[in-house]
Design a binder for this molecule. Structure first.
Ligand SMILES: *[C@@H]1O[C@H](CO)[C@@H](O)[C@H](O)[C@H]1NC(C)=O
Ligand SMILES: [Zn+2]
Length: 349
C-alpha cells in the first residue's frame, strides 16, 4: 500500500514535470515563432513565384497580420483583373488629419520563378542558416519590403505614435510581368483616386548594411526580341544572308551599343542607372535532332531576346529608331517585337 502510494506519487510528479516541461517548451517555441524574422520567413514560405503565384495565401497571411490587435489596420481587398484572381491588398492607418494628402507604401506580392535544383536550400523553405542568412526566392525582391512596412507600423504603434497623415500600404500582384492587371489598373481606379496620395514609396534595393538606401527613379524594362529569316542551305555551303548570319550581325551591333553604354559607366561619367542597359538573354535557332541539333543544315530562322532597361532621362524614340534601323533592319530581313511595357506605359503618357 505504501509502495503503491509512493509509485502513484512519483507517477504524478513525473507527469507534472513532463507537463510543465512541455508547457515551457511550447511557450519558448511560440516566442521563437513570433518575431519579425519568423513572420518574414512565414511570408517567404508562400510560393508567389510566376507562373502560378499563390496570391490568396499571401493576402490571407498579410491580412491576418494587419488585423491583429497590435496592428489593427483597416483592410480592403480590391481586384481589377478580368477573372478576379489577381487581388490587391490595401491597408490603412488613419491619420489625425485625414484631409491631408496621404502616404502610400507599396510592394508587390509576386516573385520571379526559381530553379530549385540550383539552390542550396529549397527556394520556398526560407531556411535560416547558422550565419543568419535566409534563403528564399523573393526575399529581397521584394517580400522584405512588405514585412518591413508591417514591422515599422507595429513598432510605431507600440510606442503610441499617431500619424498626422493617413498611411496606406498596398500589396499588388503581377509586378514581375508588367503589372497590367495590378498597379496599372489600380492607379486608374476610383479607389486609388480616393486615397488622395501625396507621396509614394515603392521598392528600391535591399541594403546589405543597416542603412536604408532611397532611390528616386527606376528604369523602364523593355523586352526586345529580334528575328531573322534567310534562305536555308546545306551546312557545307558558303552563301550570303542566311538567317544565322543576319542574326549574328545584329547581335554584334547590339553588343557594340551595350559596350558604348557600359564604357560611360566604366569611365565614371554616369551611374549604371543613368545609361541604357541591354543584355542578351536568349538565342534560339537550329533544327532539333534526337541528339541535339542537325549539324549539316543552316536554318531559315533565328531569333534572340534582349532585356533592355531605359532610364527616365533616355528618349524612348531614340531606342525605337535604333531597334528598327540597326538592331533589326528590314534591309537584312529582320523583324522585331518589343514585348515591352511600352503598351502599359502608354496609359501613363
Ligand atoms: C532578304 O530576303 C529576300 C527574299 O528572300 C532575299 O532575296 C534577300 O537577299 C534577303 N536579304 C538579306 C540582306 O538577307
Ligand atoms: Zn520587385
Amino acid at each position: 500500500m505504501k509502495n503503491l502510494h509512493y509509485s502513484l506519487l512519483s507517477l504524478f510528479l513525473f507527469l507534472f514535470l513532463l507537463f510543465s516541461i512541455q508547457i515551457q517548451t511550447q511557450t519558448q517555441e511560440q516566442q521563437q515563432q513570433d518575431t519579425p524574422i519568423t513572420r518574414f520567413q512565414r511570408y517567404l514560405q508562400i510560393n508567389t513565384a510566376h507562373p502560378n503565384p499563390d496570391y490568396s495565401s499571401a493576402i490571407s497571411f498579410l491580412k491576418t497580420q494587419a488585423e491583429a490587435p497590435d496592428l489593427n489596420l483597416q483592410v480592403q481587398t480590391l481586384d481589377f483583373s478580368p477573372n478576379k484572381d489577381k487581388p490587391i491588398l490595401l491597408l490603412t492607418w488613419l491619420g489625425s488629419n485625414p484631409s491631408l494628402p496621404s502616404l502610400l507604401f507599396n510592394s508587390h506580392l509576386d516573385s520571379v520563378p526559381a530553379e530549385p535544383s540550383k539552390w542550396s536550400h529549397p527556394p520556398f523553405s526560407a531556411v535560416r542558416s547558422s550565419d543568419g542568412h535566409i534563403y528564399a526566392r523573393g526575399a529581397q525582391d521584394d517580400k522584405c519590403i512588405a514585412i518591413q512596412y508591417l514591422e515599422a507600423i507595429r513598432n510605431l504603434k507600440a510606442k503610441h505614435f499617431s500619424p498626422i497623415r493617413t498611411i496606406h500600404v498596398s500589396y499588388v500582384p503581377e509586378e514581375e510581368i508588367g503589372g497590367a492587371d495590378g498597379a496599372a489598373k489600380f492607379v486608374e481606379s476610383k479607389e486609388f483616386e480616393d486615397l488622395n496620395v501625396g507621396f509614394v514609396l515603392d521598392e528600391g534595393q535591399a541594403s546589405p548594411g543597416d542603412e536604408f538606401r532611397v532611390f528616386y527613379a527606376d528604369r523602364t524594362p523593355w523586352n526586345v526580341i529580334i528575328k531573322s529569316k534567310g534562305a536555308p542551305g546545306h551546312g557545307s555551303r558558303l552563301y550570303d544572308n542566311s538567317a544565322m548570319e543576319n542574326l549574328v550581325k545584329s547581335i554584334e551591333v547590339v553588343s557594340r551599343f551595350r559596350e558604348s553604354q557600359f564604357d560611360v559607366v566604366k569611365a565614371g561619367k554616369a551611374a549604371f542607372s543613368e545609361v541604357i542597359s541591354v543584355n542578351p538573354v536568349y538565342v534560339k535557332a537550329g533544327i532539333p535532332s534526337p541528339t541535339g541539333f542537325v549539324m549539316n543544315m543552316q536554318p531559315s530562322e533565328a531569333e534572340a531576346g534582349f532585356n533592355v532597361r531605359l532610364p527616365p532621362t533616355a528618349d524612348p524614340d531614340f531606342l525605337r529608331r535604333r531597334i528598327a534601323e540597326e538592331w533589326a533592319p528590314e534591309t537584312r530581313n529582320m523583324t522585331y517585337q518589343s514585348v515591352s511595357y511600352i503598351t502599359i506605359l502608354s496609359t501613363f503618357d
